[in-house]
Structure formats: C-alpha cells, structure tokens
Design a protein around this ligand. Structure first.
Ligand code: IFM
Length: 474
C-alpha cells in the first residue's frame, strides 16, 4: 500500500455528480490472465504457454495454467460485476480456444465457453465487449514467424470471421487488437514478453502486420454484419524529455513514435508518421509499405480504445541497468542511447509507474488536436494500478491508493475535452490476475484473489466504485 490519497475517496457521490450522462463504466480482463484451464476443451497451446514454461521468463516462476480459473468460475465473476453495477465487461477471446492450431474451423467447445459467458453477461444486464487479440497467439502460427510474417494478418482475419459468425449477434463492441505497442516492444523487440524475440528495431514488420491484421479483421467483422461497434485499443504514454536540449528532445520524439504514433497514425490518418531524417534508416520497414496496405489499415471505426496508465520521461544516455518497465531483464536496453527516467514529482504504483492523472488529460488533448476531425468516440479501455495490498486479519483489503488512482483518473475522464467525445472508462482490472512476466507479483484487481483457494474478496476500491456507480444520476 502507498499513501496516495484522493480528495474523492470519501465522496464517490460527489464525483459521480460530474459523470456525463450515458458514460459507460466497465471493467476489463484478458483471457490468458484470468481463464486458466489451458489444456481443457481442445484449447491449443499459445505463445504465452511456451514462454511461461521457459526458465527465468516469469519473475516469480509462476504460470497461468490456473490463475483465476475464470473459465469455470465465470458465473461468480459475472455476479461480482453485477453487484459492482458496471455497464460493460471487456474480456478477450482466446484465439487458441477458438482455433487451436491457428487455422481451420472453429473448436465447438471453445465457442461454447464464450457463448455461456456472453449469455451470462446479457442476463445480468452487462454489455459484452470482446477483444480478439490480447496477446495469446496460437503457437503453430508463431512457428511460422507470428506477427513478423505477413500471412498472420490473414489468419487473424479468418479467426475474426469465425468469432463474428459465433458472437456477432450479441457482442456490443469488438476490439481487434489490444496494445500492439506492447506486443511489439515487449514481445518482439526486447524479449520480455512472448514470443521472447530480441529484434530491437528489426521488429518493425510486426507493427505493420498487426495493423494489417486489424484492418482485415474489421473487414471480416463487417462482412458478417455484426451488430456491435468495431474499434481497436492502443496504449498511449505521453512522452516528455528529461532535459530541454536538442538531443534529449530527439530521443523523446523517437520514443513517442515507436510507442504511440506508429500505431495510432495509420489507423486514424491512413499513413505512418513522418520520421525524423536521421532516423529514417531505422524506420525503413514502415516507410516502404504498400499504399494499399495503408488503405486496409485505415478502416472507418465506430470507436477508438485508449489504454492509459502513466507518462514516460526520456533522458539521454544508456540505462544504468537492463530492467524493463515490467521489472524483468531486457539486455537490448543497454544498447540504446537513451533511457526511461523517473518523474521525481509523482508517487508511483507497485510497478513503479508514475501516478499522473494530469497526463491522462494531456493524452486526451493530444488526441483531440492530432486527430481532429477523424477521431471516432473514444473509450478508455484500461486504466488502473498495481499496489502491494495488505490483507487485514479479517481478510479485508483497504486499498485506498487504488481507489484514489481510479478517482483521480475518472475525475479527468469526466471533464470535457473540446474535440474529443469520451464515452466510457474500463477499470483494469476486475480481479487480481496473472500479470504476464511479473507473474502473481503485481496485483491490479478491485477484487482480491487468493491464488491458493481462488476465493474472491472485494477490496475497498470495489466498494468505492460500487458507490460511485450507484450514486450516478443516469
Ligand atoms: O495487465 C496488462 C494488460 O494485459 C494490458 N495492459 C496493461 C495491463 C497492466 O500491465
């Protein structure tokens, strides 16, 4: 627990009064982080199954083979959401459950699980928001290169079509990809996430193929006339130079390109950003792309999903050590001429990420300005914080810091930003789960999960959010 406290902690109703009419309040999870049951009902292995089995990959040596057992306990979890009062649940479909080998017909048992989940949500009055790809790629596709291979984009569209055929009548919102930035940087450049490739700037084809997969998946969903809206989720971290000099500003600009703009610009503007002259060689794979691909990527969208957690501060000079922001070693970082620096003025989460709601406002204003006239309605599809929760003798968790994080970010989300139509906020995450390379070491949940007994216990942040939702007027 930290001592981060919001003025809204004792007044959720006061904050609720600022919520715009019709604003969607939701919670989000991802299949691999919560489902478990990795060998059940015909599910095939994913890149993450392989990665987590490799020694040294996961900070606490754990794996996600059971995690929250959401696969079997989804009814209990939907009941928790209903009691919380949320309007929507953002979950992801596990590609290896639906297409165990990454190609071919749908696995009936995999479809049946999501049928049950979606129907349970609808019966509880909660809108299903389905993400197609939240990082668990069928392993056989990874053997062929994964997102480094162009063909994967077409395979992704085939899978999207199967999902559309199965759930297109009931899903309220479709999200094609979750955070292609994280997949590229952590998975293909630094090797701290699956598939563990350390390609650094040579990983850029993975950017283009994911975005192409997004465009083709949108076309596939539309060809099936799905009733729900269609969008994508990008993570955005506003970047500031640690010093106001030419070199540091240049590095900050490159980081902003690789983290933010090479993912958002093609989707919203139909082209990659203009790369600085001195860095053009590095970005060659994105400069020499086919213009038809850019047309495919630039699909009209019903909404745009933004994940916001924290800003990034860039300083000149190589990093002092090779720790990635996820905490695991990434030797490739040492070769960089810049590093991520901390913001001394902000408190931090368990992960060490800066708590800076003012930078959510910066993010929204940046989007309104940069994508003026082309930005569809926006949803914050993830926001939240990990903290070292303390469990009291009676089993309760007084996570005032997490409730405060949510309160301060919601206060920003509820205030209007000219030129940006913000429609909702999804808290990351419903319950403690398996946090990728950090294993069970970082807890983000509104609900505590005992990973021995799988017992769920709502924390103070859950009760706080419940009060906020219950006291809104519309
Ligand atoms: O847990 C992840 C999630 O899968 C993607 N966005 C960031 C979260 C916190 O690290």
């Amino acid at each position: 627990m930290s001592d981060y406290r919001s003025e809204w902690l004792h007044d959720p109703a006061g904050l609720a009064a600022q919520m715009p009419a019709g604003f969607t309040m939701g919670v989000a999870t991802a299949a691999f982080q919560v489902e478990g049951a990795v060998r059940e009902d015909g599910r095939g292995p994913s890149t993450w199954d392989t990665f987590m089995a490799q020694p040294g990959r996961i900070a606490d040596g754990s794996d996600a083979s059971v995690t929250d057992d959401h696969y079997h306990r989804y009814r209990e979890d939907v009941a928790l959401m209903k009691e919380l009062g949320v309007d929507a649940y953002r979950f992801s479909l596990a590609w290896p459950r639906i297409q165990p080998g990454g190609t071919g017909p749908a696995n009936k048992a995999g479809i049946a699980f999501y049928d049950r989940l979606i129907d349970e949500l609808l019966a509880a009055g909660i809108s299903p928001v389905a993400t197609l790809f939240h990082w668990d790629m069928p392993e056989p596709l990874q053997h062929k290169g994964g997102w480094m291979t162009r063909d994967t984009a077409s395979r992704f569209a085939d899978y999207a079509l199967l999902a559309a055929q199965a759930f297109g009548d009931r899903v309220d919102k479709w999200i094609t990809l979750n955070e292609p930035t994280s997949v590229t940087l952590n998975g293909y450049a630094l090797g701290v996430h699956a598939p563990g490739a350390t390609l650094m700037f040579d990983s850029l084809p993975a950017v283009h193929h994911q975005l192409l997969g997004h465009g083709l998946a949108v076309q596939a969903l539309r060809s099936e006339n799905v009733t729900g809206g269609i969008g994508i989720t990008n993570i955005h971290s506003p970047v500031v130079p640690a010093k106001d000099n030419f070199t540091t500003r240049g590095y900050a600009e490159v980081f902003d390109l690789v983290h933010n703009r090479i993912f958002a610009d093609p989707v919203l503007l139909g082209h990659y950003p203009k790369f600085p002259f001195l860095a053009r060689k590095l970005f060659k794979p994105l400069i020499e792309v086919d213009s038809d691909d850019l047309k495919t990527i630039h699909q009209p969208l019903d909404f745009y999903g933004l994940n916001y957690y924290a800003p990034t501060r860039i300083a000149a000079g190589p990093p002092a050590d090779d720790r990635s922001p996820d905490g695991t070693p990434a030797p490739g970082l040492r070769g960089l001429p810049f590093h991520l620096a901390s913001f001394p003025e902000f408190p931090t989460t368990g992960f060490g990420w800066s708590i800076a709601p003012e930078y959510l406002e910066v993010t929204l204003k940046d989007y309104a300005e940069r994508y003026a006239g082309v930005l569809p309605p926006v949803y914050i599809t993830e926001g939240g914080a990990s903290f070292d929760d303390v469990v009291a003798a009676d089993g309760s968790v007084d996570d005032a810091d997490r409730a405060s994080y949510l309160a301060e970010h919601l206060a920003v989300a509820f205030a209007s930003v000219p030129g940006l139509d913000l429609r909702g906020y999804f808290a990351w995450t419903l319950m403690d789960n398996w946090e990728w390379a950090a294993g069970f070491g970082e807890r983000f949940g509104l609900v505590r999960v005992d990973f021995e007994t799988l017992e769920r216990t709502p924390k103070r942040s859950y009760r706080w959010l419940q009060q906020l939702i219950a006291s809104r007027s519309s």
